[in-house]
Design a protein. Structure first.
Lengths: 105, 186, 185
């Protein structure tokens, strides 16, 4: 179940999301502009449709699957397990370290 | 419950749910308002129609979207107002709720009579007389015509045809959406 | 954009926005091509009135049919641009009457799918449709005129119509009957 979820989820990191968003906008706007100009100059709507649709397919292929480049900046989480928590000395212990064993995300 | 991965269902909050329902209802009513507003502006009960038959090919194919205008277009001839010959009008077959999109081939207008129109599909050999009500050889512009075509967008209406002719697709679509809701991690 | 589903939705949503925008521009570009249709000749040649039956299957009412002959020379090439899907050309006859003051009926039409078919030269062309009047009789109508119309069907956008060319009024003759001259009305 977890594996299926991973595949369907396709999570990517934040830098990757930014890249994906930029790529989507750039590819689709470029495809649209090119489609219109080429069709207008060659006076045939067929080119507009083909260029527009191929540009869209390229956008889908480039952005939807969670490619490796979108995962280059993973978030670094602190290690799970024991954590050294420094307590402020309020009761005269001399800064004794307390072992909390808390998990921090 | 955790083993099945359905633990998220535990976190459903009724107020959040209601808020989402309200959002959905707002979107639906905005869409409805836009539709009715367009209906008033064009004076047509159905200002956007999808082409269902091939009787106007090669101009209109099944699945094309047509924009209607039911106020007179005032084309060509200001001395003979009203719908002109050559306009493409939409009307319902006698008694049935099937809209037909055909071209006007004849018009007869008199001072004391309603505007009579005869229509014919470009791709049909004969005119539409057989589609009219029994004993009627002409359409009454005011009563039977719901608009004249002024704008055209290809293909986009095909989804509605597919959904109405293959009702299993609706259930399939809902099923997939439901599945995705369960399988998604959030 | 964090999950696959969200990315699919975003890309598709933006695609529809771009497609809508491009289609809108294509539709607007039709305005850059003004119509310049010239009709050199349009003339009604001969008219025959014959008797026939309308809608044979459910009425036996005898009607009068008008069969026209006409000449036409027109150049519709200016109507064809990248956003033109087809041009529908038609010739209609307009005539007056008593109960119905103005009547118009299409006697000939053609679908022109491309620029190569856009020059029409018709000589003594017989009307594609012989017309019957709503009252059933034509009897000697005066001032019957022929006009040539066109209708541009775009790939996306607004449909446009135009009329060009109007003949002089002709008179519908009396009913033709084999073997003898027919009486009027």
């Amino acid at each position: 179940m977890d594996q299926i979820k991973s595949i369907i989820d396709g999570f990517i990191d934040f830098e990757g999301q930014r890249l994906a968003e930029t790529l989507t906008t750039a590819i689709l706007v470029l495809a649209g502009t090119l489609a219109f100009i080429v069709g207008y100059v060659l006076s045939d709507l067929k080119y507009t449709v083909y260029i527009g649709l191929s540009g869209t397919v390229i956008a889908f292929l480039a952005v939807v699957p969670p490619w490796g480049i979108y995962k280059r900046n993973p978030l670094t989480y602190l290690p799970a397990g024991g954590v050294q928590v420094q307590m402020v000395d309020g009761d005269g212990d001399g800064g004794k370290e307390k072992d909390e064993g808390k998990k921090v995300k | 419950m955790d083993a099945l991965g359905l633990s998220e269902l535990r976190h459903l909050k009724p107020r959040q749910l209601l808020s989402q329902v309200l959002n959905f209802a707002l979107i639906l009513s905005t869409a409805f308002m836009l539709w009715k507003g367009l209906s008033v502006a064009t004076d047509s009960p159905s200002p956007i129609v999808v082409v269902l038959s091939g009787s106007m090919e090669p101009a209109f194919q099944r699945g094309d979207l047509l924009f209607l205008w039911n106020r007179n277009l005032e084309l060509d001839n200001p001395s003979t107002p009203g719908t002109q010959v050559g306009e493409i009008v939409v009307y319902n077959v006698a008694g049935k709720n099937i809209p037909i999109v055909h071209r006007v081939v004849r018009k007869h207008q008199g001072p004391k009579t309603p505007l009579h129109l005869l229509t014919k599909g470009d791709n049909n050999h004969a005119d539409d007389t057989e589609l009219y009500a029994r004993g009627r050889w002409y359409l009454d512009r005011e009563k039977e015509v719901i608009g004249s075509v002024v704008g055209y967008v290809p293909f986009v209406g095909y989804v509605t045809i597919m959904l109405s002719e293959h009702p299993w697709m609706k259930t399939a679509l809902l099923g997939i959406m439901g599945l995705l809701v369960i399988v998604q991690r959030e | 954009m964090h999950s696959t589903l969200v990315r699919i939705q975003n890309v598709f949503g933006f695609f529809t926005t771009v497609a809508f925008f491009v289609a809108g521009l294509v539709a607007l570009s039709s305005l850059l091509y003004p119509a310049n249709v010239s009709v050199d000749v349009i003339k009604a040649n001969g008219v025959k009135i014959v008797k026939g039956r309308a809608h044979q299957y459910y009425t036996s009412k005898v009607q009068e049919y008008a069969v026209l002959n006409f000449d036409l020379e027109a150049d519709l090439s200016s109507l064809f641009n990248w956003n033109t899907k087809q041009v529908f050309a038609y010739v209609s006859a307009t005539y007056p009457g008593s109960k119905y003051a103005n009547n118009e009926a299409v006697i000939w039409d053609a679908i022109l799918p491309s620029r190569s078919a856009s020059k029409l030269i018709l000589k003594n062309e017989r009307a594609k449709y012989s017309i019957n009047d709503i009252t059933g009789k034509f009897a000697g109508r005066d001032n019957v005129t022929l006009s040539f119309h066109w209708n541009v069907q775009p790939h996306v956008g607004r449909l446009t119509w135009g009329v060009v060319g109007l003949t002089e009024g002709v008179k519908f003759p009396e009913v033709e009957r084999a073997g003898k001259k027919a009486a009027a009305k």
